[in-house]
Design a protein around this ligand. Structure first.
Ligand code: PEP
Ligand code: MN
Length: 334
């Protein structure tokens, strides 16, 4: 556990030299797990692909637990041989179940090698969300790794430089036992957005953070726009508000009770609406009128979007809800 009682993984996107690794590690707060990519999955072959095997020995000089990315069985063997106790699977690899299974198989055969009693009793495997927004794939990857005997944690790193909250919440709903971390660096791609996302992660009771930190972000060989300095990291940590878990708070329980009542009313109204929809469907059938009347739906939607703007409710959300209701109405009328 780090300074703020959650898991904190921090360090550069890539290990660039022995000196860079040592400099950044020495500037990080106590309790941090030091991250650095050794083999980098880059979009273009013309960019820095990571320092490769030589960087493993740089990580061995760091006086804190270390983490690196693995994308192949060979990476798994080499990282565990080098005594790196935290291995993460990146978002691109996480999109490919065959690659994840190959990593899981390598883990099953090599997990014992990573045991380093001074830091952790067992290697920990962190799996990022796949780049495509597919919670079942993320869950499937977790199952593959668990079946290999690994201790698994999940990292929400967003999709297309944006959070994909719905996927992360669904993962937590289905696997509340899996610690969930947030990676604000890859989630935003922008150093100026990292602090806000860290606070959001705390507000949502995430179990930790993975943050890219470089002592000279502007000179970083990869992801230079999103890396923050060690000073910025200290500043973020000192300003984070960590909320208490107030599940047993009586005032909160009373408010939740009110929400349950409103929900009951809301769903009864939806059921009534669907019933009327069914009657309309019957009428259309008897009078040979087509089911889909786009002009009518568009008018309902426009009225509701205008209403949303007046009531400070996101138009995007209203549109999604209205689309779902309309889909169900059309289904009922078939
Ligand atoms: C990384 O953590 O350096 C990385 C490549 O992340 P992602 O797989 O989330 O893009
Ligand atoms: Mn990176």
């Amino acid at each position: 556990m780090s300074v703020f009682n959650k898991i904190l993984i921090a360090g550069p996107c890539s290990a660039e030299s022995a000196e860079q690794v040592a400099r950044i590690a020495s500037a990080l707060p106590d309790g941090v797990i030091f991250r650095a990519g050794v083999w980098k999955p880059r979009t273009s072959p013309d960019t820095f692909q990571g320092a490769g095997d030589q960087a493993l020995s740089w990580l061995q000089t760091v006086d804190m637990p270390t983490a690196t990315e693995v994308a192949t069985p060979d990476h798994v063997r080499k990282a565990l041989d080098a005594g790196i106790p935290y291995l993460w699977i990146g978002a691109r690899t996480a999109a490919n179940p065959i690659a994840v299974q190959a990593i899981a198989d390598a883990l099953a055969q090599n997990l014992h090698k990573g045991v380093r009693p001074q830091y952790v009793i067992f290697p920990q495997i962190l799996i990022k969300n796949p780049v495509n927004e597919d919670v079942n794939l993320w869950l499937g990857n977790i199952e593959r790794l668990e079946a290999a005997g690994a201790n698994v944690l999940a990292i929400h790193r967003g999709c297309n430089h944006r959070p994909c909250w719905a996927m992360a919440f669904e993962l937590r709903r289905r696997r509340p036992d899996i610690p969930l971390l947030l990676d604000p660096s890859h989630m935003s791609g922008d150093a100026s957005l990292v602090a806000g996302l860290c606070q959001q992660a705390m507000d949502l009771d995430y179990d930790g953070l993975m943050i890219e930190v470089h002592d000279h972000p502007e000179l970083a060989l990869s992801d230079s726009k999103q890396q923050i300095t060690p000073d910025m990291l200290h500043d973020i940590l000192s300003h984070l508000t960590i909320r208490e878990n107030t599940a047993a708070d009586t005032e909160l329980l009373a408010l939740r009770h009110q929400i349950d009542e409103v929900d009951d009313e809301f769903w009864s109204l939806i059921a009534r609406r669907m019933q009327i929809s069914g009657q309309i469907g019957k009428y259309k059938q008897e009078h040979n009128i087509p089911i889909l009347q786009t002009g009518r739906y568009d008018a309902i939607l426009q009225r509701r979007l205008q209403w949303a703007a007046e009531h400070d409710i996101s138009q995007e959300t209203i549109q999604q809800i209205m689309d779902a209701i309309h889909r169900e109405s059309v289904r009922i009328q078939f």
